[in-house]
Design a protein around this ligand. Structure first.
Ligand SMILES: [Zn+2]
Length: 173
């Protein structure tokens, strides 16, 4: 059987020095966790829509809106954009606080245990995502690392980080 390809000593073996794809392969672990938990939250909200929605029609609409928000914001996190990151972080923090408040209300007004459990699950998911998004590797992914001095926890001039400013050297980008 003849050798199909003559080995060339000047070319390195395939895949050795090939630059890895900058998009999908560089998603940091905490970000992957955050996106997966966001999709899990979406699934949970849709499930709740089917459980509660049929008995309490006043909540149907808000549950579906919440589910679609969770879905699009979670997927949006894959984009390397700091405003998306900021929006997602505020959304999950807000949603988490609401869920905690909902839990307390459900407990005080003696709602069925399902309501309390649901609030606890959603609060847990949201706050875990919030913490995961605050990790340095995720901030770096979403362009929050100063190009000048490499400080990672660089903040924004505005709430949504459209204009980023380094807290260490004052560089704007
Ligand atoms: Zn800097």
């Amino acid at each position: 059987m003849p050798e199909p390809r003559e080995s060339n000593p000047f070319t390195s073996p395939h895949g050795d020095d090939q630059p890895s794809s900058p998009e999908l392969s560089s998603i940091p672990g905490p970000l992957a966790v955050a996106v997966l938990l966001g999709l899990l939250l979406t699934a949970w909200q849709i499930g709740e829509f089917f459980v509660i929605g049929f008995t309490d029609t006043s909540q149907q609409f808000s549950l579906l809106i919440g589910a679609s928000f969770s879905f699009f914001i979670s997927l949006g996190l894959i984009a390397r954009s700091s405003p998306t990151w900021a929006v997602a972080r505020y959304y999950f923090l807000f949603h988490g606080m609401m869920a905690v408040g909902f839990c307390v209300m459900a407990f005080v007004f003696l709602k069925p245990p399902l309501a309390i459990v649901s609030g606890l699950v959603q609060a847990g998911l949201c706050l875990t995502i919030f913490i995961a998004l605050g990790r340095a590797s995720v901030r770096k992914y979403h362009r929050l690392q100063c190009p000048h001095c490499d400080l990672i926890n660089a903040g924004g001039d505005d709430l949504l980080c459209f204009q980023r400013r380094c807290t260490q050297c004052g560089f704007r980008w």
